[in-house]
Design a protein around this ligand. Structure first.
Ligand code: GLN
Length: 183
């Protein structure tokens, strides 16, 4: 399975390491042509304004809009996929919206099965609204923090910063399903 990680800014190395651990063939993506032949793409956390600027500069915005395989967006990556940015995921988020003292924190998230998932939130976006086509997979403090819309999986926290690989496994599972549908 060939998975790209958008590598213009932010936590792309951590995502790449985790995906490699799970057996994926990982490619760093900085140019539109590097999206060709990928089975999935991760848009990592970092600074959404910086990532957005670099994406525009490299012509990646249209290329990502035209990309047809599953996409995982975490933290800043979720912001970039939202209604206001790429418009690919039907969510509306408030940036840095968990309050001052709570700018960064960890929380146990109930993901419906097995042990709770440890969520690392770093100046995280808070989901204010989402469309009917969006499925909420986990919540924290009254707001969704892990969501899925078709081939898109988004998290307001950083699954690449713990040893728990379940979010990435779920993403690879989504890729497996989607590629059998497309085949
Ligand atoms: N606060 C960042 C932003 O608004 C997101 C933080 C993160 O990705 N850890 O872009």
């Amino acid at each position: 399975m060939r998975v790209g990680v958008l590598a213009v800014q932010g936590n792309f190395r951590e995502h790449a390491a985790m995906l490699r651990r799970l057996g994926a063939d990982v490619r760093e993506v900085r140019l539109p042509e590097e999206l060709e032949g990928l089975d999935g793409l991760v848009i990592p956390g970092g600074e959404s304004t910086a990532i957005a600027r670099l994406m525009r500069l490299y012509g990646l915005e249209d290329a990502i809009r035209e990309f047809r395989a599953p996409v995982l967006g975490t933290c800043a990556g979720m912001i970039l996929l939202d209604r206001e940015h790429l418009g690919l995921v039907d969510v509306e988020v408030d940036r840095n919206a968990y309050g001052r003292q709570l700018a960064s924190f960890e929380a146990d998230l109930d993901v419906g099965e097995g042990e709770p998932l440890r969520g690392v939130f770093i100046r995280a976006p808070r989901v204010r609204a989402h469309g009917d086509g969006v499925e909420v997979l986990a919540e924290h403090d009254g707001a969704p923090v892990l969501l899925r819309q078709g081939r898109f999986l988004v998290a307001s926290f950083h699954p690449e910063l713990t040893d728990d690989t379940r979010v990435h496994e779920r993403f690879l599972e989504l890729i497996r399903k989607e590629s059998s549908v497309r085949a």
